[in-house]
Design a protein around this ligand. Structure first.
Ligand SMILES: [Zn+2]
Ligand SMILES: [Zn+2]
Ligand SMILES: [Zn+2]
Length: 360
C-alpha cells in the first residue's frame, strides 16, 4: 500500500479560510447518499432550437460583444435573459431592524464560450482557451470601469446538468455586484491577517510547500525519523507560469485549483504570455479530470482581489486563482446542517490518480 492509498479519516482545516473545514473519510459508505449517475451532458455540435447556436443569434438579447468581430464568431457576450441583478433601481436600499437589503444593482451577462454547442473545455484548442481567458479579463475590466459602485465581478462557468447548467450550450457568466461575495471576503481578509503576521502571501507559501518534494519530521528527543511527508504529492500540473494543485483540504473529491506561480493579486494584471501558459495548464488539468471521471461536469470560478476601497491594501496578501469543482456527489443533510464538507477521496490519492493519466 502506498502512502496515498492508506485510509484517511481526519478533519482538515482549510489553511486560507480556517472556518471552512473538511472531513476527509475514505472508508466506504461514509456518505449516506451518493449522487445517482449524473444525466449525461449534451455533446452535440449543433442544435437547431438552441438560442446560443450558430444561425440563431436573433434568439438571444442583442450581443454586447462578438469575438472576432468578423464572422464566424468564436465568442459572444449577451445580456442574461433572466438576470439575477439588473440596472433599474426599483427598490431603494431598505433597512428594517436586522433585515438589511442591498438593492440588486449589478450586471449579469452570459458569454457563449464556443460556436460548437456541447464542446467541453478540454476539447477546445489552447488558442481558443487563450481567447476565452483574455475575453474574461477584458470584460471584467470594462465592467469595473462602467460603474465605480461595482465592487466585484465574478466570472464562472457551470458545465453539465450536474453542475446546474440550465442551458446545455457551453457558456460562462459574469456577475458584477456592489457587494463582495462572502467567500471571497473570507479569503481576502484571512490572507491579509496571515500577511500582517508573516509578511508573506499565504498562497505563495502554499505553492512553495507544494513544490517542496519531501519533508522529514524528526523526533526531537531521539532524533529518529517520525514521519516522512511527500509534500509535492498535491501538484497536478506545473507550467512555466502556472501550477494546478489538489488542495490538501478539498471540499470536493476532484477539486483542483490553478494559481499563477509568481505573485499576482488581480486577474486584470494577467499578460498575453501568462494566458498562453494558463490555457495549456487548464486544458491539461481538465483532460486529466475528464479521463479519471469518465466525463467531468463542473463549476469553475475566478477569485481575484475585489475592487473595493476596503481591500485596496490587499495587493501583496491576496493571490488570484481559478477554482475547479467537478460535481460527483450531492451535499447531504449532514453537510448542509453542519457546514462541514465530507470528502470520501483523499486529496493525495485523487492527485496521484490525476497525475497518472497519460497525456500526449
Ligand atoms: Zn447550442
Ligand atoms: Zn502570492
Ligand atoms: Zn478562492
Amino acid at each position: 500500500m502506498t502512502e496515498s492509498e492508506k485510509p484517511v479519516r481526519e478533519i482538515r482545516i482549510n489553511p486560507i479560510v480556517p472556518s471552512e473545514s473538511v472531513l476527509v473519510a475514505t472508508a466506504r459508505g461514509m456518505r449516506p447518499k451518493k449522487a445517482e449517475a449524473p444525466a449525461p451532458r449534451d455533446t452535440r455540435a449543433h442544435v437547431d432550437t438552441c438560442p446560443f447556436c450558430v444561425g440563431n443569434e436573433h434568439m438571444t438579447p442583442p450581443a454586447i460583444g462578438v469575438y472576432p468581430e468578423d464572422a464566424p464568431w468564436q465568442l459572444r457576450i449577451v445580456e442574461n435573459l433572466y438576470p439575477v441583478l439588473g440596472d433599474e433601481r426599483e427598490n431603494p436600499n431598505l433597512t428594517f431592524g436586522l433585515q438589511q437589503t442591498i438593492d440588486g444593482y449589478g450586471r449579469h451577462e452570459v458569454m457563449i464560450d464556443h460556436n460548437q454547442h456541447g464542446i467541453a473545455v478540454h476539447e477546445m484548442s489552447e488558442a481558443h482557451l487563450a481567447l476565452l481567458f483574455s475575453t474574461y479579463r477584458m470584460r471584467m475590466e470594462q465592467l469595473y470601469k462602467s460603474n465605480p459602485r461595482l465592487r466585484y465581478v465574478l466570472v464562472f462557468k457551470n458545465f453539465g446538468p450536474a453542475a446546474g447548467a440550465s442551458i446545455a450550450h457551453t457558456h460562462s457568466q459574469f456577475i458584477a455586484t456592489p457587494v463582495v461575495p462572502a467567500n471571497v471576503q473570507d479569503e481576502v481578509e484571512n490572507s491579509r491577517l496571515y500577511y500582517e503576521k508573516n509578511h508573506r502571501c499565504i498562497f505563495c507559501t502554499l505553492i512553495d510547500e507544494a513544490l517542496t518534494f519531501e519533508a522529514t519530521l524528526y523526533d526531537r528527543e531521539s532524533g529518529e525519523i517520525r514521519r516522512k511527508l511527500d509534500v509535492g504529492q498535491f501538484v497536478i500540473e506545473r507550467g512555466k507560469k502556472f501550477i494546478a494543485i489538489k488542495p490538501f483540504a478539498s471540499r470536493y473529491e476532484w477539486e483542483v485549483h490553478i494559481l499563477p506561480l509568481a505573485h499576482q493579486s488581480d486577474y486584470l494584471a494577467i499578460t498575453p504570455e501568462d494566458i498562453t501558459d494558463l490555457a495549456r495548464i487548464l486544458r491539461r488539468s481538465m483532460t486529466r479530470l475528464d479521463a479519471v471521471l469518465g466525463g467531468a461536469q463542473y463549476n469553475y470560478f475566478l477569485h481575484s482581489v475585489p475592487h473595493a476601497p476596503k481591500y485596496a491594501d490587499c495587493g501583496a496578501s491576496y493571490h488570484w486563482h481559478l477554482e475547479i469543482c467537478p460535481r460527483t456527489s450531492i451535499p447531504t443533510g449532514f453537510e448542509l446542517g453542519s457546514g462541514l464538507f465530507v470528502n470520501t477521496v483523499s486529496p493525495e490519492a485523487a492527485a496521484a490518480k490525476l497525475r497518472a493519466v497519460q497525456l500526449d
